[in-house]
Design a protein around this ligand. Structure first.
Ligand SMILES: [Zn+2]
Length: 165
């Protein structure tokens, strides 16, 4: 009986150890909650997910995500935006976007980003601005635009705009 209890205790310790090890390994990966472009926290309603060859990258907003796609060209296999209305993941290329609305999700409460992802230089503009938010339906993007301003864009138009600024 005693031996059995000892064995159960030992197994429990092994299980805890394994869990910690797995958690440790996970922690060592690039933090999925930091934007791959601007290092800001990634928030659920705005996030942009990139399936790059062999791994996943996260961006804090569609604008950062599109900058990532431009910098990494063919390495990005798939891009997923988040529908701001529902939080649902949607194919970025099929989403509609509102650009330049009056809510600045990424930069809320900050002055400006002080460094590039390389940590090298100070930039005079912010990668997250003008704000770009994604919607599954054009009607939702237009409803958002009526309240927050900006302009409604298709994916192609949003990419073109991100390329320019
Ligand atoms: Zn970002």
């Amino acid at each position: 009986m005693k031996a059995k209890e000892t064995l159960i205790t030992l197994l429990a310790f092994v299980a805890i150890g394994l869990t910690s090890y797995v958690a440790y390994r996970y922690e060592r990966r690039p933090d999925p909650h930091l934007c791959a472009i601007c290092n800001r926290d990634v928030h659920g309603g705005m996030s942009y997910r990139l399936e790059v060859s062999g791994h996943t990258e996260y961006a804090c907003c569609p604008r950062c995500g599109m900058h990532y796609q431009m910098q990494n060209g063919g390495a990005v296999k798939e891009a997923w935006a988040t529908d701001l209305a529902t939080g649902q993941k949607i194919p970025a290329s099929e989403a509609y976007y509102d650009e330049g609305g009056d809510v600045q999700y990424c930069t809320h409460g900050e002055s400006s980003v002080q460094r590039t992802p390389e940590g090298a230089s100070v930039r005079g503009y912010d990668r997250c601005l003008p704000t770009l938010v994604a919607f599954k339906e054009r009607a939702q993007a237009e409803a958002y635009q009526k309240i927050h301003g900006g302009r409604v864009l298709t994916y192609a138009e949003a990419v073109e705009s991100a390329r320019a600024q």
